[in-house]
Structures are given as C-alpha cells and as structure tokens.
Design a protein around this ligand. Structure first.
Ligand code: PGA
Length: 252
C-alpha cells in the first residue's frame, strides 16, 4: 500500500510571521490525518522557524529548491540540501515547472538537485509535466518520460523509496483548469510504467505519484479515486490552513 502524500507548495508567498501563523493553524486541523503524509513548503527564510513550531507533529517541512552542489562553497545565493536538512526539512521539491521555465533548469540540473537532496537524507519531490503546446502536439508522454529519465538518472535501488514524483501539467498550474481525473490517471499510469522499465516493477508499485495543478477541496476526492494518483502537490489552495486541511481530510 502506498501512503498518500498531500504537499502544500507555498511558492514565494508569506513572510516569516505569516508562515508561522499558517503552520500553527494547520497543525491541529490535520492532527488526525494518519491516512497520509502532510507536507508544507514555505520560503527559505521561514523553514527553520516553521519546522521548530511543527516539531513532534505530523506535518513535515519541505524546501522548494536546493543547490546542485552537495557541499558548502563559494556559490552566492545558493542553499545546499544538507543546510535544508539542518534547518528542519525532511523533503525538498525539485524541478518545479516555474523553475524550469523562469530559471532555465534543465533535466541535468534537476538530476543534480535530486542527487543532492538524496545525499542529504531528504525525500525528493521531483516535478514533471508538459506545457499546453506540447500536449496539443501529442508530445505530453514523450516530454514527461524525458523529464523522468533525465531527472532520475543514476539512482540506486536504495534511493528509490525517497523519491516522489509530482505530475503537474503546466497548463493546469494556477489556471483553475485541472486535468480531469482520467487525464491525470492516464499520465500517472504511464509514469509508473516508465519507472518500472527503468528500475523494477516493485519499485514502480511503491512509487508515490502526486498530481498537481489547481487542486482544491472540491476536486481532490475525484482525483484520489484514481488507482495511480497517490496524493497532490497543492499551490494556491495550500496558502490557507483551512482549505489545505480540507484537501488533506478529503483525500481519504
Ligand atoms: P496550483 O499550483 O495548485 O496553484 O495550481 C500547483 C503547483 O504549482 O505546485
């Protein structure tokens, strides 16, 4: 049985005070959610204070990005994965489409970040997903497969249980336009097949594949009914403790 994951990606929203307030409000609302792993991803500056407030709770803290390099060094503006672990993170999101699009992250860069996250002992949520143009041209599966294979190259069998894949069609992010549960299911099943070919059937069966893109309290249940959807990566609807808690609670 794969334990679902509901992860909130706060993107570049909330200062330290607002992040703490949201995390503290969320904690009791999801305290009974044993059916899934609950993760929130605040901005870098809020990671440590939020992680401190959530210590001992069932809410895990994730970063939204990490450096490609694994050890400290002269890399102005970067934060290494081991520093995120030190700040109280258990997870890191890598390869989000906003990073691929605005910060020109390639699969090779994403792959280095995956390796860095794993080396630091973090669970890595690697995002993949096609743009609308790519889907319209019938390239959705080839793009997702390329991102999967490129981002997850060089992994050993022992790394695989700390990999989570998030399928986020770019056309569904922040647009209010969700993929239908059937569209998502089709791609999730495909991702699992690609993973099985690259690794093993057993690893593919244990892999958690999250859906992301305009997930809300009113569409999570339909998505979760699909056999290959193991949770969600939630942007906008994760910013308020109440709506995120509803998503967590409706994901049963
Ligand atoms: P959204 O964002 O839920 O606001 O569409 C999802 C994401 O980018 O992870």
């Amino acid at each position: 049985m794969r334990k679902p994951v509901i992860a909130g990606n706060w993107k570049m929203y909330k200062n330290v005070g607002d992040s703490i307030a949201t995390a503290v409000a969320l904690k009791p609302l999801v305290a009974n959610a044993n059916h899934c792993e609950v993760v929130i991803a605040p901005v870098f500056t809020a990671l440590k204070p939020v992680a401190d407030r959530l210590e001992g709770s069932n809410v895990h803290v994730s970063a939204q990005n990490c450096a490609t390099e694994q050890s400290e060094g002269a890399l102005t503006g970067e934060v290494a994965a081991f520093m995120l672990r030190d700040a109280g993170c258990s997870h890191v999101i890598v390869g989000h489409s906003e990073r691929r699009q605005y910060f020109l992250e390639t699969d090779a860069i994403v792959s280095k970040k995956v390796q860095a996250g794993l080396a630091a002992g973090l669970t890595v949520i690697m995002c993949v997903g096609e743009t609308l143009d790519q889907r319209d041209q019938g390239k959705a599966q080839s793009i997702v497969s390329e991102q999967l294979v490129g981002g997850l190259s060089g992994l050993t069998a022992s790394d695989l249980d700390r990999i989570i894949v998030a399928y986020e069609p770019v056309w569904a992010i922040g647009t209010g336009r969700t993929a239908t549960p059937e569209q998502a299911q089709e791609m999730h099943a495909f991702i699992r097949r690609v993973f099985a070919e690259r690794h093993s059937q057993g690893a593919a069966e244990s892999l958690r594949v999250l859906y992301g893109g305009s997930v809300k309290p009113d569409n999570i249940a339909g998505l979760m009914k699909q056999t290959d959807i193991d949770g969600a990566l939630v942007g906008g609807a994760s910013l308020k403790a109440e709506s995120f808690a509803e998503i967590v609670n409706y994901s049963r």
